[in-house]
Ligand binder design. Structure first.
Ligand code: GLA
Length: 697
């Protein structure tokens, strides 16, 4: 249980960790501890206010405040920065002095700490929730303007996470680009601030909202502090080492170009930031996050994700009833369970610069609507899914001709088109209503089980002429609009499964996972590149949401079996042009799909152990182990490398020490501890892969 005692020490307890802070003698909330569990508050250090060192280094600056307002003599990265116009002074005030006001225990695991400015009636509620089983802490903030003045919020983070002082951490994060997402980076964190962020209105391919800090950790050992932000718009993660060797990570809405007006009585609530501590390395950190997402966030928890076929790389915009039925027939014969028609099906969509916005079947390609295709797909025993890009519009569309004022732009300035498209302003309620109505109509008319929600460009010229507040609120209101539309559709059509896509992995975050059960993580479907993209993705996202297709990309060099084995470590999809596949390839594909169906419960519901990293050598291995340790599956891949010895030693994880196991390809039965400690040998040639089942006997 998480508590607070009379001495105003606040403890957030999880199964294996403790997070503690207190109110110090100055009335500020001071961070005290975050690390391995300390069961009793008596074990927590009491808050000591640092001594003044000089006029340049006052106590306030050195105090590790849980959440700090910009003001006074504190020069560290602030959590909240506001300004308010004071008519009596005829000026704008930009100073905040946040002190403890009251604390409330909401339930066994949730605390609310209210801070107030000393002079100005502004309340800042710091919400803390411990998630004991997952060793995670969730934090979010709401600010209420109780004054008669209008305030402008210029920065408000969801949390500032403070790590043990005077250590030398390495900062881990993920950078990327389109078709090259989730590439891990490790660098020493030194004095100053290192920021990763998105300024693109979506989560972005270019940085993932994940951070980790450690001093001497590896995949399965050592202390790691880590976290993420549940938000799908502009975000920032500022990792700071202060001049007094305090390391902290501020996580929240990006403060770049940001302003948020709060009128009298108005409240602004931030998204949740989640963070955790583990002594078990990056693997344990990921497993804590995976379990939390699977059991608490996803809209359809624990479902069996169907093996899907997606038409994009096979037919691009050239879709019609006949060509899709032909593909569907071949897909069904292979064991596919869901047939998804991608881009190209709607009104006037012959190339990529027309049609977006007009979400009705193209009359030339589908003269009788989608009904014929859908009933053929159903007859083949599959469900049907469809691609949409709701937030976008092409200037060449009926929607744009009717509502040119709905796009994001500045008046009298050029608007940049990317892929020939503009962005609808989802902050506007009329745009939200149009999208809900249009998509609801499609979902009501047709038997559609799956929607791929795409978004194929980033924002530019971020104007919002009809904004009721500051036009810069667009950054927040747009994302709230996406959530509102998606949420309403999910409410009306609760059985539909949604995929989040933004030109691949541009919208992969814990915020969108409240709506989407699957994520398209990259437009790069080449299996070798995919190894590191998938490894990065699993740092903070479970394999249960990771959609991966087998396509023809790289087919000349990379065997079909290898391409399948890579995709089978997530939600298996097929996206090659089946009309070009040989008989033996179709047969192999059917065998792989059948094998996949025997292991997918482990991929969706098991624990992931990244045994060998693609960043460290030519052989990659990953294991998915049933939570009760009764079975597991190991994927091993070798990319091309001349002169590499062909043998890898695989040391499986997560087995029950004293149970006996059989391992595919090994003619011995050994105990779990035997296999885990001494491992087994796997022989692999270049571009060869293996799927190895481990079963308790
Ligand atoms: C994006 C998606 C692809 C495909 C195309 C269609 O790039 O990531 O999978 O849907 O759009 O235009």
């Amino acid at each position: 249980m998480s508590t607070f005692d009379q001495n105003q020490t606040y403890l957030l307890q999880t199964d294996h960790t403790t997070y503690a802070f207190a109110v110090n003698a100055d009335g500020r909330t001071q961070h005290l501890y975050w690390g391995p569990k300390i069961a009793d508050a008596a074990g927590i250090p009491s808050p000591v206010i640092p001594t003044e060192r000089s006029s340049f280094d006052m106590p306030h600056h050195q105090t590790p405040e849980e959440y700090s307002g910009y003001g006074g003599v504190n020069y560290t990265d602030p959590s909240l920065k506001i300004s308010f116009g004071d008519p009596s002074l005829g000026t704008t005030v930009r100073d905040l002095d946040l002190r403890f006001f009251e604390a409330s225990q909401i339930d066994d695991h949730t605390l609310r700490i209210t801070l107030r400015d000393q002079l100005f009636t502004l309340s800042v509620d710091l919400h803390y929730r411990a998630h004991p089983k997952y060793d995670l802490i969730e934090r979010w903030v709401s600010i209420r303007n109780d004054s008669d003045l209008e305030i402008q919020v210029e920065r408000v983070v969801s949390a500032r996470w403070i790590l043990p002082i005077e250590r030398r951490y390495d900062f881990h994060h993920m950078h990327g680009r389109h078709a090259e997402e989730f590439q891990r980076v490790q660098e020493p964190l030194t004095y100053g601030i290192k920021r990763i962020e998105s300024k693109r209105v979506t989560t972005s391919h270019h940085h993932a909202p994940w951070w980790a800090l450690e001093e001497a950790a590896g995949e399965e050992f050592g202390e790691v502090w880590f976290g993420t932000l549940a938000w799908s718009g502009n975000w920032m993660i500022n990792a700071e080492v202060t001049d007094y060797d305090s390391t902290r990570v501020s996580v929240g809405w990006n403060d770049w170009d940001s302003a948020y007006k709060l009128k009298k009585g108005a409240v602004a609530t931030t998204p949740s930031a989640f963070a955790g501590y583990t002594g078990g390395g990056f693997g344990a950190a990921s497993r804590q996050m995976h379990a939390y997402v699977n059991e608490n966030i996803l809209p359809h928890k624990g479902i069996t994700h169907p093996v899907l076929y997606n038409s994009w790389e096979a037919t691009y915009f050239d879709v019609d009833e006949t060509s899709q039925i032909e593909l569907a027939k071949k897909a069904a014969a292979m064991g596919v369970e869901l047939f998804v028609m991608d881009d190209g099906w709607f009104h006037n969509r012959v190339v990529d610069n027309a049609g977006l916005g007009d979400w009705r079947p193209d009359a030339k390609k589908f003269p009788n609507g989608l009904g014929g295709l859908i009933s053929a797909v159903k007859k083949f025993g599959m469900d049907f899914g469809l691609w949409l890009e709701p937030e976008m519009v092409n200037p060449d569309s009926d929607l744009y001709r009717a509502h040119p004022d709905w796009v994001i732009s500045f008046p009298n300035r050029p608007r940049t088109e990317a892929r020939g498209q503009l962005i609808l302003n989802l902050a506007m309620s009329e745009v939200q209503a149009y999208l809900v109505d249009t998509i609801a109509k499609l979902l009501a008319e047709y038997d559609i089980s799956f929607i791929k929600w795409d978004m194929n460009r980033n924002i530019s010229e971020p104007g919002w002429q009809t904004s009721p507040g500051d036009a810069r609120e667009l950054w927040v209101r747009y994302t709230e609009g996406v959530y509102a539309v998606w949420g309403e559709l999910a409410r009306r059509f609760p059985t539909v499964i949604w995929q989040s896509c933004s030109g691949g992995g541009g919208r992969a975050d814990w915020g969108i996972l409240r709506y989407a059960d699957q994520v398209w993580i990259s437009d790069n479907t080449e299996a070798v590149s995919r190894l590191s993209i998938q490894e990065g993705f699993t740092q903070f996202m479970p394999a249960s949401v990771m959609e991966a297709w087998v396509t023809d990309w790289g087919a000349a060099k990379v065997p079909l079996g290898f391409r399948f084995d890579v995709s089978m470590s997530g939600i298996l999809g097929i996206g090659g042009n089946l009309n070009h596949w040989r008989e033996d390839e179709l047969t192999l594909a059917a065998e792989k799909v059948a094998l996949y169906k025997t292991i997918r419960h482990l991929i969706v519901g098991g624990d992931l152990y990244r045994l060998l990293s693609p960043r460290e050598g030519a052989i990659t291995a990953a294991q998915y182990t049933a939570k009760d340790g009764s079975e597991a599956v190991v994927f091993v891949y070798r990319v091309f490398q001349i002169d590499l010895k062909p043998v890898a030693i695989i040391t499986p994880r997560g087995l029950v020490a004293d149970r006996m196991y059989r391992v595919d390809g090994q003619n011995q039965i050994r105990s779990g501890e035997g296999w885990m400690n001494s491992g087994f040998r796997v022989t692999l040639g270049n571009l060869e892969s293996k799927i190895i089942k481990i079963e308790a006997v």
